[in-house]
Design a protein around this ligand. Structure first.
Ligand code: URA
Length: 223
């Protein structure tokens, strides 16, 4: 919540600057006058995210890619950031790496996309598909944490180093950490490679296959 409060304060200071203020000793807004709590349903949270202008990604995005899937999914997939296809459609993982992710869900886990929930660390596309900055990830994090709180997944699969690092704060390399369990704040994370890495390095598919077999086993045991 502190990130959200700071981001709102920063936004207000930028607005004052645009209006020509060089210095202000007024409190732009009283903290207790603004409701900083996030909505308690996924649909209201989606609406709030769709109107978000807390970071510069909101200026270049076409659509906010909030996430989609089963709102009570046992399994939550978290990628890095929307790409061009996701930006224009408003849906996560619908481009080439999305096709591969769908195949992994269907063929290895024996599930359909609509059984799981899929989202990203940041909800708006970084220009030129850049890796989201730490600031962008932190500003967007309250949305992700609220999604986790509302969906209550039994297991979270992070796709790629960036998603794992920004969700957990752990900086261990993805090659070393993939396929292992990381427990935090009541939820369990299992990192694996990002599908776009697999498109470039098909030989790494066998490791992801191992990780997903583990995911399948864990989900079975949790039910
Ligand atoms: N890559 C991601 O990390 N997320 C998407 O939604 C699409 C591609």
């Amino acid at each position: 919540m502190k990130n959200l409060r700071n981001a709102l304060l920063l936004k207000q200071l930028y607005q004052l600057k645009q209006l020509g203020y060089k210095y202000t000793d007024i409190t732009p807004c009283k903290e207790n006058e603004i409701d900083l709590s996030l909505p308690n349903t996924l649909e209201s949270l989606r609406k709030q995210a769709e109107n978000c202008h807390l970071c510069e990604l909101s200026k270049s995005r076409q659509k906010v890619v909030f996430g989609e899937g089963n709102p009570h999914a046992d399994l939550l997939f978290i990628g890095e950031a929307p790409g061009a296809t996701e930006d224009s459609s408003g849906k996560p993982f619908v481009g080439r790496s999305g096709e591969l992710l769908t195949k992994m869900i269907e063929n290895v886990l024996g599930l359909s996309r609509s059984d799981v929930y899929i989202t990203n660390i940041v909800k708006c596309r970084p220009p030129n598909n850049q890796v989201p900055t730490a600031t962008q990830a932190h500003i967007c994090q309250p949305y992700l944490l609220k999604q986790i709180e509302l969906i209550k997944p039994k297991l979270i699969v992070t796709l790629g180093a960036t998603a794992y690092h920004y969700l957990t704060g752990d900086e261990t390399g993805i090659t070393k950490i993939r396929g292992t369990l990381y427990k935090q704040n009541g939820y369990t994370v299992i990192p694996t490679y990002h599908p776009s890495y697999l498109l470039r390095n098909p030989s790494a598919k066998k490791e992801v296959f191992e990780d997903l077999k583990k995911v399948k086993e864990l989900i079975k045991n949790y039910s």
